[in-house]
Ligand binder design. Sequence first.
Ligand SMILES: [Cu+2]
Length: 310
Amino acid sequence: MNTPLEIDLYRLDRRAVLRNLALAAGVAGGSAILGRNLLGPDAAFAQDATPTAQEFPPAGLPLLEVSVLADFATTVSPEVQAGTLTLRASSALEGYCDILVLQVPDDVSDADVEAAVNSDGTPEFLFRSIIAADISIEPGVTPSTIEAVIELAPGTWYVAVVWDGPGSATKIQAVGEAVTVPIEADVDVAYDHWDFSMPAEIAAGPMVWRVTNNDPVLHHMIIFSYPAALNDEQVQSLLLAGEGMASPEAGLDLDSMIYRGGFGMISTGQAMCQQQEFDPGYYFAVCYLSDPGSETPHVMLGMIESFTVA
Ligand SMILES: [Cu+2]
């Protein structure tokens, strides 16, 4: 077989395009790290993951609203208070869309960004940018409106919307001094080097998840369910089978692997909170992104984490 397995695995992430921007590399180290208040008071991941009674998103946070209409017109709040804020993203598209909030380096022009969201390639600047949020909306898998709590430093940001058609990039301003609000999460996930740190068991019902990228390269978290607990080799076998590249290991059933959404890519030092609800059962999370200069998705390097919801 001439085609490296790793390249074909990219197609597993069918929400593509902006995700593809990140497939070939990771964020270069040294991005400015925003206020870390979303990161929570401690770095331990030993929480018991019982749901809190908190309201999510907390009332009173500034709101950054992004609406993608059925004809792909996009409306975006032009200005938002800097600091901790609610990103409310909604889409009326029949297919998926990805919504990113990112700050690009000074040497990147509006035209560069516009070109990037209309290209399948990976713009070099992505890996020097600060990606503060990445929301995927996919009919049949996710709600059509998703709220996340993120942090934006004061300054100019882009809201990029990408789908199967022409993408858009809208410049917005985060104004004033950053006001940071600590968020209490039920489930803390760290994106580490080719690894997720997270609880092995999570309570069913609505839970506030916080993902934090502790690694210099980009990661995201794509979640599937399966009727049984799987080890890493079984997960890889199923994903390869899903690409028609191999038969699944004996005893594994591809049709039983169900895509359940996940959490988007964020840059090192960034954190993003979202409420998600999973039914009781067995799940696994994987990352399809790659290190700079590599074409090997992290999932093939073992960035796989199985967990149960009970
Ligand atoms: Cu990764």
